[in-house]
Design a protein. Sequence first.
Length: 226
Amino acid sequence: MISAMSSMFKQGVKRRKMLSNPCLGMDKVHEANPDSNREWLMPEWRFVRENAPLEVLIPMMLARYAGLRGQTIVDINRKQFEDHPEGPTGKAVRYAPRKNKKKIKSVLLPVLPELQQFLADLKVQRADGRIAVRDDGSLWVSEKEMQTKVSHWLRDQERAGHIGAGTTLHGLRVSYAAWWRRNGASKSEVADLIGDSSEAMGGHYTRHVEAELNVIRAFERIKDKP
């Protein structure tokens, strides 16, 4: 809000309607945490796979193995999953990323085997094909309701000592991107894999992986030296 108001007041000063911009120098109430939505650790993900209720696990699987955002997860349905015999996994999901729909009209993403098997075993199947549902089979009222349910369950597990701090649904999207980067995907490829229009976002999601790779390359250069 401060940024928006400051932009407006700046124009007022330029047009000599105001003497100064009252937003300059104002403290921001919230500073973004660069470590939020971190990549999950393997033991954390293993615990969730084995213990999460289905209504929590479904969106997590879609985030971890397809890199989908919450806004896509809440609307995705089985009709968007199609046979893709010429593709690397035999199945693909087609969706329009709402965040970038003006730049990316449609994404065709091969579906990893882990997600294919999970969806094949999923007993809850609605006539409309929607996948992310509550335990009683009903739809989430909104993305926010689904996100809140997942978040509350994760914080309960954190307090119980089963997982660490900072795990989020969006963090599984980061985990998906990081897995690809570690397996040789470029920043541009990562951006396409997560349905983003910017190569910079591919780098943003995997900047911690790049740091790991830099360290590994440094050690590789000295491994045969005394």
